[in-house]
Design a protein around this ligand. Structure first.
Ligand code: FNR
Length: 351
């Protein structure tokens, strides 16, 4: 299928199914166990109805899409979520995400398990993009999987800091392998089956080794959101890893709602990021309405890489356009002023 035929993010799933070989597509598409969380991530958004306001002057809505993410300036409140093995879709692998993100002026979070080397990814950055202050280098965030090996972590942080990443995204939802039946059937399981013990004590040791903010990715309860804030994080990242780790975990929209109901101050205290199942402009709006600062998109970008950098850019352009037209139809004049009153938070049919 040609790129011009891709009219929305779900189309890239269909295209990747045709363009990639079976095991590559399966690795990207896979969710854990019965894939309930995978499906719930997608379906949860339609269980909350929008509450559109009319007769609102929305003509300048596009001007309000740009935002800052941990102090870095970007053109939209969404980013490319960190995903492993970009090389399964394209020989240039993650370099297409770096370039696409630069041209679209959106944030790319690079995965530690990328197909391209760390050095190649950082060398591909485009100067003069999405940065603040005097540093004119494209601002990337670096995702990591950490262990209690302090020396290994110190070396990794030094490498990341030297390369010029602006934040460290510390994935905390993967204490053990995801239980991925679909991929296992294809023989594309996870790399190993070890356990890693991350604790807040270790986090404090980690923070002494770097001046970069360390953002926990994979917060799934209000309790852990509170603990993260108490332990001094600058941001938290709500995620169930695209439903790939532990099945029947909540979607980030449900976690954001739990935080909004029980500890709404958290959205003021730290920046909140969220991902999982975001495919439409209105999905982004519902997360922003609760106070989420920026929204991650995983699989659609991974699939779009089957078209190379043009595919990556197309996903970004389509989502920007949908955010703007959906916000206009919702009667939101300024995306920064969207609030929970634009959504009816009574779920219309329980999971
Ligand atoms: C991921 N994800 C992920 N997360 C992470 O912290 N480190 C990683 O290396 C990976 N790798 C990875 C590979 C693939 C193929 C996918 C699909 C996902 C999870 C990712 O960051 C994000 O949380 C989800 O992809 C968001 O859900 P959607 O947008 O894919 O539905």
């Amino acid at each position: 299928p040609p790129l011009e035929k891709m009219v929305g993010l779900p189309d890239f799933d269909w295209a990747a199914r045709k363009k990639l070989n079976g095991s590559a597509y399966t690795y990207y598409r896979n969710g854990a166990a019965g894939e309930w969380s995978y499906r719930n991530n997608l379906e949860v958004f339609q269980r909350f109805r929008l509450r559109p306001r009319v007769m609102v002057d929305i003509v300048n809505i596009e001007d309000s899409l740009p935002t800052t993410i941990l102090g870095q300036k970007y053109s939209a409140p969404f980013f490319i979520a960190p995903c492993a093995r970009g090389g399964l879709a394209h020989p240039d692998a993650e370099l297409n995400f770096v370039k696409g993100a630069a041209e679209e002026n959106i944030l790319y979070m690079a995965s530690l398990f990328s197909s391209k080397s760390f050095d190649d990814i950082y060398a591909a950055r485009v100067p003069g993009n999405s940065s603040s202050g005097n540093d004119t280098q494209q601002a990337l965030f670096q995702q990591v999987y950490l262990t209690d090996d302090i020396n290994e972590t110190r070396e990794l942080f030094q490498k990341i800091e030297k390369a010029g990443a602006k934040a460290i995204i510390m994935t905390v939802d993967s204490a053990a392998d995801g239980n991925r039946h679909r991929a296992a059937r294809y023989g594309v399981g996870s790399a190993d089956s070890s356990y890693s013990l991350l604790t807040w004590d270790l986090y404090h040791q980690f923070t002494k080794m770097t001046s970069l903010p360390i953002v926990p990715k994979g917060i799934q309860t209000v309790e852990d959101a509170r603990l993260a804030v108490q332990n001094g994080v600058k941001a938290i990242y709500l995620s169930n890893h695209g439903g790939r780790q532990l099945d029947t975990t909540p979607s980030s929209l449900e976690v954001a709602l739990e935080i909004y109901e029980e500890a709404p101050e958290i959205f003021q205290q730290v920046e909140v990021f969220a991902d999982g199942g975001v495919r439409y402009g209105a999905d982004v709006l519902k997360l922003l309405a609760l106070g989420v600062k920026a929204v991650g998109v995983g699989r659609p970008f991974m699939y779009s890489n089957a078209f190379g950098v043009e595919g990556v850019k197309r996903v970004s352009k389509l989502l920007k356009h949908e955010i703007a037209i959906d916000a206009a139809n919702l009667g939101v004049a300024d995306l920064k002023k969207i609030g929970p009153e634009y959504v009816n938070w009574k779920s219309v049919n329980a999971w």
